[in-house]
Design a protein around this ligand. Structure first.
Ligand code: HEM
Length: 847
């Protein structure tokens, strides 16, 4: 169930919309308009379409938006030069500019070595070579994403069927390559689709500009009024009207206009663009549109070359993309198309006539719109209306292509971001629905089964990631990480000119982003031990990134680390001192035991019990410790139903904080993690500050506190810790103390769990498992001491493997040393339990 090379996808009619089929027609024309009666195409261009002056796009759309639009139109239109009735592209958004529309084209970009990849920075459709560099750069990013996805699918090996191609026969290798290639293509086309719905349609409707993450979802399963399912995946055939509607040459930015002039100069020499004929173009463009050599040898950019692996440098791609984000597109308007595109527009007009296309008014009637009765109604600019009247005499004769492109443009307003003429704006959404909803692979076959579970999830947008529903951000972060840092408006809103977007975004959000053009960070990697130690010890020069991130969460409140650090050290010292050891160990032991008893399940007719020890014990013990012994958070448990958070909710919140502060692997999730982390920090600070105030107060408890206390069944068991904190941190405000505790305890809690999970994992791996089982069976007097030996062995291994801060490991070690069962308690339950611990990779694992 994969996409056929020609794009035919539907199960109902396998041929519908395949590449190489005829265009459809939506509106039969009954307006008698013989070709001989129509004005000369060049004259139409000069009077109605030729750009008089550049007007920046009123909705703040960048030129990169139209670069993406260019990929969209190349995906579904490729009018055959020798027969205008044929569309050589499929009628689906299947990324055919990248993959090609014929088997020959698809084969030309595939490596076919068993890994399902395509050649580096290579695409199949040579027409793109005639497009500005931002268009090709965007396509290359999608190409890189294909290879990223293929690599992941191979590595995850979901069904366990992939093998190292070196060990395979030729037939096996070919089959494996085909499967990975096709699955990756489905995922990558899914990406393309999500960028279309998220960034592109979002910008068309002005949603990105207006800060809304709501999106039109034409792919959703829905029912008609009669309760029947609205059709999905039943196919689509692009129409000639849609082709004409999409010729947005008026949107060309000034840098793209200059680029096109230079490209035309290379093809046509000094010939005035105003005099290039259709014949000239067909002859001259051949070299561009039919390059010799394999696609991976094409020279895509005039001023950049490939490296030995066939890749262009990230710097080159980022420059083209960011130049395009910085350049305002042109407003849609009559007399808006650069003169250099005159011959292209003339070809469009001729093609439309050869198709016998309907008039603008016939099209409007088809769309349910009122037909125009005068030229002035169509475009109130008297000069434009008059020019059109001179050319066409009667509004009923106004041709569709020209009528659409020179119609008065819409003004930006809620729901209007693209701002073309009204007829285009109305028709484009209807067509977008057919194009996407008709595609079987974007609807009924868009499943984890076809895309793999990872692939399916990887192309699902996160509406809270700071891009207001946009999705291109993820690709930019992923493939150009040095050039698109976390929090950059250039990554979050690449289709909007940053300067304009900054004015449009809600005031309260401006500071959530950096607005200046990203400057690439040059990383210096040090690996020699003495230098690494020097760097780690020079905190004044190399402030740990984790510290800075904690400050971002606690906003302006500088954590009172200096107050808390010695105190925590002293707390550990106190806790671990003779008489207090028992108390601390009791808490961990009792909590773990309680959780094991509560959460383990018995097997039928057996004494064996099963438990997810990471999710249900290890992750929760520190949460309960923080809630009960440190902060005084009221946990929602069966015994305390009025609590505020369940232990799992708390774990989720605190593991997000740890992910943000310490793991922070990819900028893709940074925005969401930071927002969630700030909320968690605020909640934590509110509780701790209030409890600190009440603990330190010599007066009676405040009425509001008492009321909250009643409703949430507040937790007083942390008073011991909090009063000690108050005296240790004398001189610090409650806000500073709370921020300090957050930094030291909350941010590391999930790492603590991760460390313990790793220890448990190590304890049940290999011969250690047998040694522990023997200890449990025989229970010798020095069982605890022997267990500690095993745990220390594992810790040694963990400290190499884990990215946990040193303090956490120290704490783990110390608590491991003191958390044996209290004397006199045989603790039978834990020893009967069959523990299933997964090897944790991040603090989130095991939930
Ligand atoms: C500077 C940027 C652009 C250049 C240099 C350019 C150039 C061209 C060329 C050379 C053709 C082929 C003409 C033919 O063989 O019939 C064409 C066709 C077309 N262009 Fe553009 N174009 C640009 C931007 C755009 C944009 C932004 C859009 C709309 C999103 C667009 C929409 C179309 C459409 C729909 C066709 C007809 C395709 C077909 O029927 O095969 N173009 N353009």
């Amino acid at each position: 169930a994969f996409r056929a090379r020609t794009g035919a996808t539907t199960t109902a009619d396998p041929d519908a919309g395949h590449g190489g089929a005829a265009y459809a027609r939506s509106v039969p024309s009954v307006n008698p308009m013989p070709k001989s009666f129509l004005p000369d195409a060049g004259l139409v261009f000069d009077m109605l379409l030729k750009r008089d002056k550049f007007v920046p796009h009123p909705g703040g759309l960048s030129s990169l938006f139209f670069a993406f639009a260019d990929l969209v139109i190349h995906s579904c239109f490729n009018t055959r030069p020798t027969d205008y009735t044929i569309n050589d592209s499929s009628s689906y958004l299947d990324l055919s500019p990248l993959y090609g529309s014929s088997q020959k084209q698809v084969d030309s970009i595939r490596v076919k070595d068993g890994f399902g990849k395509i050649y580096n920075d290579t695409f199949a459709d040579a027409r793109l070579l005639m497009m500005p560099p931002s268009v090709c750069s965007l396509l290359i990013i999608f190409g890189r994403n294909h290879n990223y996805v293929a690599q992941k699918i191979y590595e995850i090996n979901e069904n366990g069927t992939y093998r190292d191609p070196k060990t395979q026969s030729d037939a096996e290798k070919a089959a494996q390559d085909e499967e990975i290639f096709q699955r990756s293509r489905l995922v990558n086309s899914g990406y393309f689709m999500k960028v279309i719905l998220g960034d592109y349609v979002g910008a068309i409707l002005g949603l990105v500009r207006d800060g809304s993450a709501w999106r039109l979802d034409p792919l959703a399963t829905m029912r008609e009024l009669d309760h029947e399912f609205a059709p999905q995946g039943e196919g689509n055939v692009c129409s000639v009207e849609f082709n004409l509607m999409y010729r947005w040459h008026a949107s060309t930015s000034q840098p793209d206009e200059h680029w096109t002039q230079a490209a035309f100069k290379r093809i046509f020499g000094d010939k005035d663009p105003g005099t290039i004929t259709v014949e000239d173009f067909k002859n001259g463009a051949k070299g561009y549109l039919r390059p010799t050599g394999a696609p991976n040898t094409w020279s895509i950019f005039a001023d950049a070359t490939r490296d030995a692996n066939g890749r262009y440098s990230d710097a080159v791609l980022a420059k083209y993309l960011q130049d395009a984000t910085a350049s305002p597109a042109s407003a849609f308007k009559a007399r808006g198309t650069p003169e250099v595109l005159r011959v292209i527009e003339m070809m469009g007009i001729e093609q439309a006539r050869s198709w016998g296309t309907c008039s603008l008014n016939e099209f409007r009637k088809f769309m349910g719109l009122k037909p125009y009765s005068t030229f002035r109604e169509w475009n109130p600019d008297p000069e434009i209306a008059k020019a059109a009247e001179v050319l066409y005499h009667d509004i009923e004769n106004l041709e569709l292509h020209v009528g659409l492109q020179a119609e008065e443009a819409k003004k930006p307003m809620p729901g209007a971001g693209l701002c073309p003429g009204y007829t285009i704006s109305r028709a484009i959404l209807a067509d977008a629905v057919c194009l996407t909803r008709g595609d079987r692979f974007l609807t009924v076959d868009f499943t984890p089964f076809n895309l793999t579970s990872w692939g399916y999830q990887d192309c699902q947008p996160n509406k809270n990631d700071g891009s207001f529903g946009g999705f291109l951000t993820k690709l930019l972060f992923r493939h150009l990480p040095e050039y698109y840092p976390a929090g950059s408006a250039w990554a979050h809103f690449p289709f909007m000119v940053p300067e304009t977007m900054k004015k449009d975004i809600a005031k309260g959000m401006v500071n959530d982003y950096t607005w200046t053009r990203p400057v690439p960070k040059r990383l210096t990697v040090v690996s020699q031990k003495p230098i690494v130690e020097l760097v780690l010890d020079s905190r004044a020069h190399f402030e740990p990134a984790a510290d800075l991130r904690v400050l971002q969460l606690t906003k302006s409140v500088r954590p009172a680390r200096d107050a808390v650090r010695p105190y925590l050290a002293c707390l550990l010292y106190v806790l671990l001192k003779e008489d207090r050891v028992k108390k601390a160990a009791d808490f961990f032991y009792a909590t773990a035991k309680e959780l094991i008893q509560e959460r383990s399940l018995g097997h039928a007719k057996s004494r064996v019990r099963s438990i997810d020890v990471v999710r249900d014990v290890i992750n929760l013990v520190p949460m309960q410790w923080i809630a009960d012994q440190v902060a005084g958070i009221s946990l929602k448990t069966p015994q305390n139903p009025r609590g505020v958070f369940t232990p799992w909710e708390l774990y989720k919140k605190y593991s997000n904080v740890a992910d943000f502060v310490y793991v922070n692997e990819s900028p893709v999730n940074v925005f969401t993690l930071q927002q969630q982390g700030q909320k968690t920090a605020e909640e934590f600070a509110d509780v701790v500050q209030e409890n600190l105030k009440q603990t330190g107060s010599i007066f009676s408890v405040s009425p509001i506190y008492a009321l909250t206390h009643f409703f949430t069944a507040s937790n007083d068991t942390s008073r011991d810790f909090l009063s000690a904190l108050l005296s240790a941190g004398r001189g610090q405000s409650p806000a500073e103390l709370a921020a300090g505790v957050f930094a030291e305890v909350v941010a590391t809690a999930a790492l603590w769990s991760k460390a313990v999970a790793s220890i448990v994992d190590g304890c049940i791996t290999g011969d250690r498992r047998d040694r522990l089982a023997k200890l449990a069976r025989e229970n010798p007097p020095d069982a605890d001491a022997q267990m500690l030996v095993i745990i220390r062995e594992v810790i040694c291994a963990c400290s190499i493997r884990l990215p946990a801060p040193r303090a956490t490991l120290t704490m783990v070690r110390k608590l491991a040393e003191c958390s044996g069962p209290p004397a006199g308690d045989e603790g039978a339950a834990p020893r009967q339990v069959e523990a299933r611990a997964q090897r944790p990779e991040s603090p989130r694992r095991g939930r």
